[in-house]
Design a protein around this ligand. Structure first.
Ligand code: SAM
Length: 252
């Protein structure tokens, strides 16, 4: 999927707040082998590496565009590699992932698979957005169902794989997770207007649609812009962004 680092960075402060909330959940110990799944442009992976004394951190991502930006942060304890978060190899003291697992399907299987890649005493610490019921996301799905976009997208329409907090808790319990922490937090972003909400989703939720649309891309964006302006009139607008945090220790 062609990620655009510049578009993604338009709301960098808002997007990094949950990273720091996730970082607070990490049990800080020295000499850890750490992987950051879907590390993106790497500056937050660098923060992770700087927080963990004498650790070795790998940032993994499946976007060459994002990794190209990330490589400037590489150093003795931080490296970046191209790879798929669903095909993780080796075992780890910390498997960390901020705002990336929502791009992979079937969390009922993915979370246990990742949990199984933890060393004894290792920690899974993940944050995923859970705002798929927000009007902006509903408008994307509704618009994608209608012609001419439905044909242009060949029927593609993305349903979020993100589970409820109860489901994540159960999944972690079934894995034998210890010290299970699961919570959802609303980040009340105040954006200038509906167009700013569109800018936000162009960096994330719209990405898989835009890459499939070809010449209908601009008209898809403008259709959603019109609908968003109607749904979120005035200035400023509140963009209440929900995110789920999960953490557990593997002592198996
Ligand atoms: C929303 S960005 C988050 C980046 C970074 N973790 C942050 O907090 O800013 C999602 C990242 O997940 C990556 N990604 C999506 N699917 C992936 C996969 N299957 N394997 C590895 N990375 C993936 C994307 O390339 C993108 O860089």
């Amino acid at each position: 999927m062609p990620w655009n680092p510049d578009q993604y960075h338009k709301f960098q402060a808002e997007r990094s707040a949950p990273f720091f909330d996730l970082l607070k959940l990490v049990h800080i110990r020295p000499n850890l082998q750490v992987v950051d799944l879907g590390c993106g442009t790497g500056e937050l992976t660098k923060q992770l590496a700087d927080t963990l004394p004498n650790s070795s951190v790998l940032g993994l991502d499946s976007s060459h565009e994002m990794l190209e930006k990330a490589k400037q942060y590489a150093g003795p304890n931080l490296r970046f590699e191209y790879g798929n978060q669903t095909e993780l190899s080796n075992t780890w003291d910390v498997i960390f992932s901020n705002a990336a697992l929502q791009w992979s399907e079937n969390h009922q299987d993915l979370i246990p698979a990742l949990f199984g890649k933890l060393k004894n005493g290792g920690q899974l610490a993940v944050q995923v957005p859970s705002n798929h019921l927000h009007i902006s996301h509903q408008l994307i799905r509704d618009t994608a169902k209608k012609e001419p976009f439905r044909s242009a997208l060949q029927g593609y329409n993305r349903q979020s794989p993100v589970l409820s907090i109860e489901e994540y808790t159960e999944v972690l319990f079934k894995c034998g997770g210890q010290h299970i922490t699961v919570f959802e937090k609303v980040y009340p972003h105040i954006l200038e207007d509906a167009d700013a909400v569109l800018e936000w989703i162009m960096g994330t939720a719209l990405v898989p649609y835009l890459e499939r649309l070809g010449e209908d891309k601009e008209s898809f964006i403008e259709t959603i812009r019109k609908k968003l302006r109607k749904a979120l009139p005035g200035s400023p607008v509140l963009y209440p962004f929900k995110r789920i945090f999960i953490s557990a220790i593997n002592t198996n």
